[in-house]
Ligand binder design. Structure first.
Ligand SMILES: C[S@@+](CC[C@H](N)C(=O)[O-])C[C@H]1O[C@@H](n2cnc3c(N)ncnc32)[C@H](O)[C@@H]1O
Length: 386
């Protein structure tokens, strides 16, 4: 596909998303219908679509064509070479379009920060002085981070193994065992280091969360909302602990046994019916379902799909989840409540509500990471019983 044809495909997909289709679905159905598109074409089209979605409002929130023109303009690209009408490229800019596009957009704070108006006051209340920089950080692509499975090899060995596949990775400035991929991130899943379990894809913030919790040798650790097992795998690799994984939706855990085998760690899955008879745990890590507002660079569609009623439903669910996770904590043990959100109602709001209902618990750890160059946004709060 020519660069213009890729832009034309992105325009079609963006129009479908504007009409209500979920971004991933729109991209998948375009890829299925476009067998001629190679992997580089698919990646380029996806990049266009996601670049626009991260910055949809500040690009004028128009139709796909106008969004793509403004994206190329913003990035200093020669718009007319993509919009030349040759082959499958979009038609050249009309005179009217040229006039409109020569005028800068007038944007309020929420639009300039690419957030919905209803969310902007909540965002500001949650982040204070960091509201604008954290929102602006989510207008750009995020780096890809890897976690070195230290049972499989050292950081140096992982960097060298990745280099064999022309992937360049460097040690994260502050998180031990975390690598930032600087070249050829798209090749990770086909690289030998990944296939052999030497590295896992995991954001730096999630790695920080696992490292920030203290786990004694032999401790029983429960990843209460395990999903695909990212945190459970990290706990099992990092600590000499017995690691268990549970999720209310057990099908989400289906890949954990294979991932654990690849990483050479042991993780015991606990099904819903067995939870009550599985004993208590020294650490219950509750990575609750959330808006994902700290990770919107990676899933920008979610930013525009979040509405107040959905946020309310999430906070109700989070209150239920933290209360049921607390029941699994052994005397003297720790409950960690975590989200990949930066919104106060999902974080400190949930903790405050929990403490007002269960005053025997006290906070012994709290971190709010913001989305930025060093990783995604993440919230983490440790609690122990008085
Ligand atoms: C943020 S995701 C977990 C991500 C995962 N920890 C990881 O690192 O890959 C939240 C998970 O919580 C699960 N969940 C939702 N309600 C739950 C509940 N009441 N009890 C346990 N898990 C729940 C969801 O099925 C979902 O897989």
């Amino acid at each position: 596909m020519t660069p213009g044809a890729r832009v034309a495909a992105a325009i079609t997909i963006l129009d479908q998303i504007k009409a209500g289709m979920v971004a991933e679905q729109a991209l998948t159905s375009w890829a299925r219908a476009s067998r001629f598109a190679g992997s580089k074409d698919r990646a380029a089209v996806r990049d266009h679509v996601f670049d626009v979605l991260r910055a949809r409002r500040s690009l004028g929130d128009g139709a796909g064509r106008s969004l793509m023109i403004r994206l190329l303009q913003r990035d200093g690209e020669p718009v007319e070479t993509y919009f030349d009408g040759v082959g499958h490229a979009p038609a050249p800019l009309t005179e009217a379009e040229q006039v409109v596009l020569s005028q800068p957009l007038t944007l309020g704070d929420a639009a300039a920060c690419d957030l919905p108006d209803w969310l902007w006051p909540i965002w500001q209340d949650s982040l204070g002085d960091a509201a604008m920089p954290a929102a602006v950080a989510q207008q750009a692509r995020a780096d890809v981070f890897l976690r070195v499975n230290r049972r499989r090899g050292s950081v140096t060995a992982a960097i060298a193994a990745l280099a064999e596949d022309q992937i360049v990775a460097v040690q994260h400035d502050t998180i031990e065992g975390c690598l930032r991929v600087t070249t050829n991130a798209r090749r990770i899943k086909s690289a030998a280091a990944y296939r052999d379990g030497l590295v896992e894809l995991q954001d730096a913030a999630s790695q920080f969360a696992v490292a920030a919790v203290s786990v004694k040798k032999g401790a029983r650790v429960l990843d209460y909302c395990a999903g695909g097992g990212g945190k459970a795998l990290a706990f099992a690799d990092r600590y000499a602990a017995q690691v268990f994984a549970h999720d209310v939706a057990p099908q989400r855990m289906q890949d954990i046994p294979a991932r654990a085998a690849r990483a050479k760690v042991g993780i015991t899955l606990i099904q819903n019916a067995d939870l009550a008879n599985s004993g208590l745990f020294d650490l219950v890590f509750c990575d609750a379902p959330c808006s994902g507002s700290g990770t919107w660079r990676r899933a920008p569609d979610a930013k525009w799909r979040l509405v107040q009623t959905r946020l309310d439903a999430l906070t109700n669910l989070q209150q239920e989840v933290i209360a049921s996770a607390a029941v699994q904590v052994a005397p003297g043990g720790t409950l960690v409540y975590a989200t990949c959100s930066v919104l106060k109602p999902e974080n400190d709001g949930i903790i405050a509500q929990f403490l007002s209902t269960y005053p025997e618990w006290v906070i012994n750890l709290r971190h709010q990471l913001l989305p930025g160059l060093d990783g995604d946004g993440f919230f983490l709060c440790g609690l122990t019983r008085r």
